[in-house]
Ligand binder design. Structure first.
Ligand SMILES: [Zn+2]
Length: 246
């Protein structure tokens, strides 16, 4: 495309614009990444709090279970002691047999309930211990999350400040652009990978695709009469001024 006589000057502007855009995109990415990290911490915190909630409920449920079994245990012990009182009044062998069977059953029940209560108590104890550990873990994680939030906020304030500065620089720069060139740049920036439109020539190779450029292409670029795209990656080739000349 025709961009006037100073193709390289224009490309230098486009290259500068591209640098600004890339930096802004990079900073925006940093903001997103830091937001993502914070969200992850918050989710972990939430997950831990939920886990603790369900463990608390489990401890309560175990407490109810234990009370039920203790009640049952008392009932059985009461029946045993009542039966013992009636024991002496028994005369017939059938009554005695029934008594013995009942007593055996009740004693088994007592044993079973005692074992169950013991098991529940052990489970309660280990859950309570785990819960206590989680409580201190939660406190640590909460502190970490708050620290990260504070750091992120501070860093993001700096990042936004930098973006504002770059936006100002970009606005001043685009004013010097021919409108069609700016439009074309914006369009290519969307379609090219990494948003790179311009590529510097470094030691005869294209900086973006790293392919060696044919001498004919280099000659054309040096003529500075039109925009020459890289044969491989289609980026506009730009030859930077050699600093010693200025
Ligand atoms: Zn290339």
């Amino acid at each position: 495309m025709d961009v006037g006589p100073s193709v390289q000057d224009t490309l230098a502007l486009v290259y500068r614009l591209q640098t600004i855009d890339s930096e802004m995109a990079h900073i925006t990415q940093e903001i997103e990444t830091s937001g993502e990290a914070l969200r992850k911490k918050e989710e972990n915190l939430e997950g831990l709090a939920k886990l603790m909630e369900s463990e608390k409920n489990e401890i309560l449920r175990l407490g109810r279970d234990r009370r039920d079994r203790e009640e049952e245990l008392r009932t059985n012990e009461h029946i045993i002691s009542e039966n013992k009182k009636k024991n002496k009044e028994l005369k017939h062998s059938r009554e005695i047999q029934a008594y013995l069977a009942e007593m055996e059953f009740r004693r088994d029940e007592v044993e079973r309930l005692q074992e169950e209560i013991l098991r529940i108590m052990e489970t309660q104890e280990s859950l309570e211990k785990a819960l206590k550990e989680r409580e201190s873990e939660l406190a640590i994680r909460r502190e970490e999350t708050e620290a990260l939030r504070a750091t992120s906020e501070e860093e993001n304030a700096g990042r936004l400040e930098r973006i504002r500065g770059l936006e100002g620089e970009k606005a001043a720069l685009t004013e010097q652009f021919p409108v069609p060139l700016f439009q074309q740049y914006s369009r290519l920036r969307q379609s090219h990978r990494n948003g790179l439109v311009v590529s510097r020539i470094l030691n005869g190779t294209c900086e973006v695709c790293r392919m060696t450029l044919p001498p004919r292409t280099l000659t054309e670029v040096k003529k500075r009469q039109k925009i020459v795209p890289c044969l491989h990656c289609q980026r506009w080739l730009f030859m930077e001024e050699i600093p010693s000349r200025s």
